[in-house]
Design a binder for this molecule. Structure first.
Ligand SMILES: C[S@@+](CC[C@H](N)C(=O)[O-])C[C@H]1O[C@@H](n2cnc3c(N)ncnc32)[C@H](O)[C@@H]1O
Length: 433
């Protein structure tokens, strides 16, 4: 496909996403199926442009003076890719499946591409209705924090210490320009290509043989803050596809027992193959059943309950930019109810002096500090561990610098730590219950 035809395809995919209100990944997959002549490089280039445009959707529309897919793609070519007017005009040639030439007005707007006078939710590319919530959290860093959430994200991997050392993996992934992550002692960061494409990791022997797992550095740190020790009894209550479960198994050196559970059994399906590949042998998967959900024997028996809570995912918008535009206020209310419910459920499984690690990939106070405060108000037998103490206990003292100012817990974000956005709080149960 010529470069202009890829641009036209990206506009088509954005139209499909808008018309059918569907996830970008589904629209891209269908486009590929309907255009089998397109090669993998074409599909990847189209996907990368669609994601760039979704990340900067509001600001791209603002500079082009309208919100339709063509305008948004044009705006993204200017704001994200830094194309000159000449370069953009060459792509919008109207020839051989390329989009129609730019109008005089489009040329003018593209050339000036000004964000002057843009409101915060446009300059920071987030839904307007979330402005009060974000402003309360970020205050004068509102635009810096939300703009960082609208950037591209590198691919991070966690080295699986059950199989490999970080030094070895660093050497064997050198051809992908791997570098060590600044905060996680187990992480490697793989940069994107200049066009924003992910490095080709799926066929790498290190990945196929389970020596590395794709996991954002923030997610690695969240699992480490649980300070799980070999021999402990651990319940991963919201295990999903098992990203945190695998990290916990490695931290525990395959000793002790992890019970991986989730209220939605379908979400657990990928975990079996992942455990096998990673060589994690201390994990029992407990698929949900009626009544106690198959966990009755664990009541009051766990040293640690990990809650990787269902959340709005606002911290992961770099990777799921379409999700931010689909998010509605009702979804936040629903997630808050789910979070209270998982915290209450978790409390039952913790033994005296045991602990709960509460994690979200959200940056909203409503899902984080407020949930911990609500839980502590009705569970006097629990108390929150200070951020510095939690970080030191996990061997990550540098994370104490990212203590939340709104309550107990640590906050990570693309702007402050270069990771996805996470909130992590540790609660311990008193001796008596
Ligand atoms: C953030 S995802 C988990 C991701 C996973 N831990 C990982 O690292 O790959 C949250 C999970 O919580 C599950 N969930 C939602 N409500 C729940 C509940 N009340 N009890 C247990 N799991 C729940 C969802 O099905 C979803 O799989």
């Amino acid at each position: 496909m010529i470069a202009g035809a890829r641009i036209a395809a990206a506009i088509e995919v954005l139209e499909d996403i808008d018309e059918r209100r569907r996830p970008a990944a589904d629209a891209l997959k269908d486009w590929g199926l309907a255009h089998r002549f397109a090669g993998s490089k074409d599909r990847s280039a189209i996907g990368s442009l669609v994601f760039d445009a979704l990340r900067r959707r509001a600001s791209s529309a603002f500079v082009m003076g309208e919100a339709g897919p063509r305008a948004v793609i044009l705006g993204a070519l200017r704001l994200v890719r830094g194309l000159s007017l000449e370069e953009a005009s060459a792509l919008f040639s109207g020839e051989a499946h390329a989009p129609a030439p730019m109008s005089e007005k489009e040329r003018e707007l593209f050339a000036s591409a000004s964000l002057e006078g843009a409101p915060a939710h446009v300059a920071g590319d987030f839904p307007a209705w979330l402005e009060p919530s974000f402003a309360a959290v970020f205050e004068d860093r509102l635009i810096a924090e939300t703009s960082a959430l609208a950037e591209r994200a590198p691919v991070d991997v966690r080295v699986n210490t059950l199989k490999c050392s970080r030094d070895k993996a660093l050497l064997s992934l050198a051809h992908l320009n791997a570098a060590v992550t600044p905060l996680s002692p187990l992480g490697l960061r793989l940069p994107l290509t200049p066009e924003g494409r992910n490095p080709a990791l799926a066929a790498e022997p290190d990945y196929v043989k389970g020596r590395v797992e794709v996991q954002d550095e923030g997610s690695q740190l969240a699992a480490m803050l649980a300070a799980a020790k070999p021999g402990e009894q651990v319940l991963d209550l919201c295990a999903g596809a098992g990203g945190k479960t695998l990290a916990l198994a490695a931290l525990m050196q395959n000793k002790g027992q992890i019970y991986a559970s989730d209220s939605d059994g379908r979400r657990l399906m990928p975990i079996y193959a992942r455990l096998e590949r990673a060589g994690a042998r201390n994990v029992q998967v407990r698929a949900p059943r009626r009544g106690e959900g198959g966990l009755a024997d664990l009541v009051g028996a766990c040293d640690l309950v990990m809650i990787d809570a269902p959340c709005t995912g606002t911290g992961a918008w770099r990777r799921n930019p379409d999700a931010k535009w689909r998010m509605r206020p009702g979804a936040l209310e629903q997630r808050i109810a789910d979070q209270d419910q998982t915290l209450a459920a978790a409390a039952r499984f913790v033994k005296p002096r045991g602990r709960i690690l509460y994690v979200t990939c959200s940056l909203l106070r409503e899902e984080n500090e407020d949930r911990i405060a609500a839980f502590l108000a009705i569970h006097p037998d629990f108390h929150a561990v200070g951020a510095q103490e939690m970080a030191e206990n996990a061997g990550l003292p540098q994370l104490g610098a990212f203590a939340s100012s709104m309550g107990p817990g640590v906050r990570l974000s693309p702007a402050t730590t270069g990771t996805d956005g996470f909130f992590i709080a540790l609660l311990t149960r008193s001796n008596l219950s």
